[in-house]
Design a protein around this ligand. Structure first.
Ligand SMILES: NC(=O)c1ccc[n+]([C@@H]2O[C@H](COP(=O)([O-])OP(=O)(O)OC[C@H]3O[C@@H](n4cnc5c(N)ncnc54)[C@H](O)[C@@H]3O)[C@@H](O)[C@H]2O)c1
Length: 453
């Protein structure tokens, strides 16, 4: 008890007077913005990453994350408030460590915990009495207790007494101009009450609202509920798009009308599929965990099935639209507009555009792409450069497929020049109609008579 009181109190005091040093393991989409928040709050921050490239770019004052301005990184590097390193031993100087490393799925769609394990091993090798370690990576319920705690105990620590361990899911929404790390409420759940208290104090020093929950498992499951909720609702509206297509009803009109209900409805929009490091992957962490308990998570599986079929549905739409013009996909020139997984960001991870391009090419199309945020696509050793969006290119393409509706694109210009547009995001609905034929996710195909006419 005395050890807990002294280690905990010393740590709380150091957090309070900002003499605590904060370590962040993994300086990507999640870790770098978090490191910046800690630096802004007055802590000395040591960012540890295994990538030499990431570290040297950051130390030269250059940010590789769109939401973090280079000027901010440069300012904190210059002032000494932030330093990035590949030297694991520097973590020993930290009083608080946040782990924000990837949690991908293996080829068989099981959790790949290798990054979390190696980051935790690094943290526990450098741990000392009076340190708090918080896992941020999205994962299955039980990870913090089953992976972090034993690794620390193996090194002789007693969690909740001399070291403190918690889970706090990152909720970063890349490209969101309103909600950033600082003003997005943060859920924190510790292994013990003392762990929750210490982690809450650490995050509360730089984030406006902390939501403490009773356990690490509750915090882990909170994140999975949030992302499963999105996946299931996106699956529902994607199915609604297919339903509307078959019924000859405009899905966007139906969704907008439903969204006028002031209670009990939350607007989600259909699209070409889901992407990013979260929604397509995270629910599978829960599904996997539940399989180990002999329970099948049916909502997760069904949403995943519908969402993952959307790129093929889009390609089917393109094929029908070309067919209506007496053209085949094979031999057509198709320009994919927008390849990032969502609007106004540069992230290609799990982007449905990659599937759309692959499926079109498998059917013999010549595919190019334009994306104001993505200069090139690197896949399996191949680099595909974006093309410029010229009037000639728009006019000569057999079809333009709008996969991501970035705001930086002039869609009226696309309408003015194109002949056929497959618009999976409803980006063109409010534009002045031109000779371009626009096919939406849910458009009734013209009857043979209409085509003849
Ligand atoms: N990107 C998002 O929008 C988002 C949102 C919420 C939660 N998350 C979750 O946060 C976690 C991190 O995701 P991300 O998008 O920041 O990943 P990322 O790929 O952008 O960054 C991860 C960084 O960790 C580094 N790294 C990998 N292994 C390491 C190790 N053993 N030691 C030190 N550094 C290591 C990598 O070099 C990379 O720079 C994931 O679990 C993800 O599911 C991501």
């Amino acid at each position: 008890m005395a050890a807990e009181t002294s280690a905990k109190q010393t740590l709380l005091d150091r957090i309070h007077d900002r003499t605590a040093v904060v370590g962040v393991i993994g300086l990507g989409y999640v870790g770098l913005p978090l490191a910046m928040e800690f630096a802004k709050a007055g802590f000395h921050v040591i960012g540890y990453d295994v990538s030499e490239r990431v570290v040297s770019r950051l130390m030269s004052g250059e940010s590789h994350i769109q939401d973090v301005p280079s000027a901010e990184v440069a300012r904190f590097v210059r002032s000494g408030a932030f330093e990035a390193t590949t030297d694991e031993s520097r973590l020993h100087e930290a009083d608080g460590i946040s782990i924000a490393v990837p949690t991908p799925l293996s080829k068989t769609r099981d959790p790949d915990m290798s990054y979390v394990i190696s980051a935790t091993e690094a943290a526990s090798r450098q741990a000392h009495s009076g340190m708090v370690i918080v896992l941020e990576s999205t994962t299955y319920p039980g990870t913090t207790r089953e992976i972090l705690v034993p690794l620390l105990e193996k090194r002789g620590f007693t969690v909740g007494e001399d070291v403190f361990v918690a889970f706090s899911p990152e909720r970063v929404d890349p490209g969101n101009p309103v909600y950033v790390t600082k003003n997005t409420p943060k859920v924190v759940g510790g292994i013990t009450a003392a762990c929750t208290e210490v982690a809450t104090a650490l995050y509360g020093s730089c984030i406006e609202q902390i939501v403490s929950v009773s356990s690490a498992e509750a915090a882990e499951l909170t994140k999975l509920l949030e992302n499963t909720f999105r996946s299931v609702n996106i699956g529902l509206v994607n199915e609604m798009a297919i339903v509307c297509d078959k019924l000859g009803v405009d899905v966007w009109e139906v969704i907008d009308a439903a969204a006028t209900k002031p209670f009990g409805f939350m607007k989600f929009t259909p699209g070409p599929g889901i992407g990013g490091h979260c929604i397509p992957l995270d629910p599978h962490y829960l599904a996997w965990k539940m399989r180990t308990l002999n329970y099948k998570t049916r909502f997760i599986d069904l949403a995943s099935e519908i969402n993952s079929q959307m790129p093929a549905y889009v390609v089917e739409k393109v094929a029908h639209a070309l067919n209506d013009e007496r053209k085949a996909v094979n031999g057509s020139t198709i320009l994919v507009l927008g390849v990032a997984y969502k609007r106004d960001i540069d992230d290609l991870r799990e982007s449905p555009a990659l599937d759309v391009i692959r499926l079109l090419e498998e059917q013999g199309a010549t595919v190019t792409f334009h994306d104001p945020h993505v200069p090139c696509i690197r896949e399996d050793g191949h680099v595909r450069e974006r093309v410029e969006l010229t009037d000639e290119r728009l006019a000569s393409a057999d079809a333009i497929v709008i996969v991501t509706d970035h705001r930086a694109v002039d869609y009226q210009r696309v309408m003015d020049n194109a002949t056929l547009i497959v618009d999976t995001r409803n980006a063109t609905h409010a534009l002045v109609r031109t000779k371009a034929r626009v096919v939406s996710l849910a458009t009734v195909r013209p009857t043979p008579e209409a085509i003849e006419a």
